[in-house]
Ligand binder design. Structure first.
Ligand code: CP
Length: 319
């Protein structure tokens, strides 16, 4: 089967998932992001790589980091950025997603950045563009349901590479609500592609996918065992908005069993880094002493996210 992310020449045409992203494409994105990092430190924070291009941000679900950093990234590449106000758009009057897309294509859109509560929505748009012969219009998945959040996965890989250099000897623990987490899935696929030494999934059985054992990770239900000797600890939020019914007794009890405190973090390697995709729920999955502590690189993730998103858009645009 053809990879829907690549064009006939094997070049990246859409970014939908880290699952089928070839290693050389992933590495190329990370290397390109490195070259963009310094653009943010210039007096004039702009390069002309997307000059004359129109990037449409279509966020059908809430976002702080992803929406804003995509907008900043597109502006730093000199694109024209249009943020569709979904709440005031004709979606509320019953217009379908694909009719909305057709109308925005008619307005000469060059790229769609899409967040949607339904898994597969960005894939559906990419397939629609192929069917109408508009493969020159690119789609970036900014998070779809519990399926994928590839730019978060890539910026997480960038962060790990920045602080730890080589993936082969690393132990990485992903902790929390893995069942509902598109970030966890994107991280697990990316870490596998980059041949990470050991990837651990840590959480209560009710918050782990039943097929987790087939994803090439070691599974731990005990937090202390799960993060022992780890180099990287990625904490996840409880995704209450995706839970159908109570999977946990209470947030307080969850914190007692799975909250990352300084005492528990001391079981990881002394130079371990703590990551979190945000938004954080302090006192639920992470103690403020850890979130604001010397090992946390959570705000670096946000900064790197701009460079990674610049790299993705620049490569999609053919640079
Ligand atoms: N990490 C992340 O996706 O955050 P937002 O929901 O704020 O975009």
């Amino acid at each position: 089967m053809l990879n829907p992310q690549l064009n006939a020449n094997g070049k990246l045409n859409h970014l939908l998932s880290t699952e089928s992203l070839p290693r050389e494409v992933m590495t190329h994105i990370l290397d390109t992001a490195s070259s963009f990092l310094e653009v943010s430190d210039r007096d004039v924070k702009k390069v002309p790589l997307l000059r004359g291009k129109s990037v449409f941000n279509l966020f059908f679900e809430n976002s702080t980091r992803t929406r804003t950093t995509f907008e900043i990234a597109a502006k730093r590449l000199s694109a024209d950025v249009i943020n569709l106000d979904v709440g005031r758009s004709s979606t509320a009057k019953g217009e379908t997603l694909l009719d909305t897309i057709d109308n925005l294509v008619a307005m000469h859109a060059d790229m769609f950045v899409v967040r949607h509560a339904s898994s597969g929505a960005p894939h559906l748009i990419a397939e629609h563009l192929r069917r109408i012969g508009r493969e020159d219009v690119h789609v970036v998945n900014a998070g779809d349901g519990r399926h994928a959040h590839p730019t978060q996965g890539l910026l997480d890989m960038y962060t790990i590479r920045h602080f730890k250099r080589d993936f082969s000897g690393l132990k990485v623990a992903i902790v929390g609500d893995i069942l509902h987490s598109r970030v966890a899935r994107s991280d697990i696929f990316a870490l596998a592609t980059l041949e990470t030494g050991e990837v651990r999934a840590v959480g209560p059985q009710t918050l782990l996918p039943s097929a987790i054992g087939r994803m090439g990770v070691r599974v731990f239900n005990d937090l202390r065992e799960g993060i022992r000797d780890c180099d990287v600890v990625i904490m996840l939020r409880l995704q209450n908005e995706r839970m159908n019914g109570a999977l946990l007794p209470s947030a307080g009890e969850y914190f007692n069993c799975y909250g990352l405190t300084p005492e528990i973090l001391a079981l990881a390697r002394p130079d371990a880094i703590v990551m979190h995709p945000g938004p954080m729920n302090r006192g639920v999955e992470i103690d403020s002493l850890v979130a604001d502590g010397r090992q946390a690189v959570i705000l670096s993730q946000v900064t790197f996210g701009i460079a990674v998103r610049m790299a993705v858009m620049s490569i999609l645009a053919g640079n």
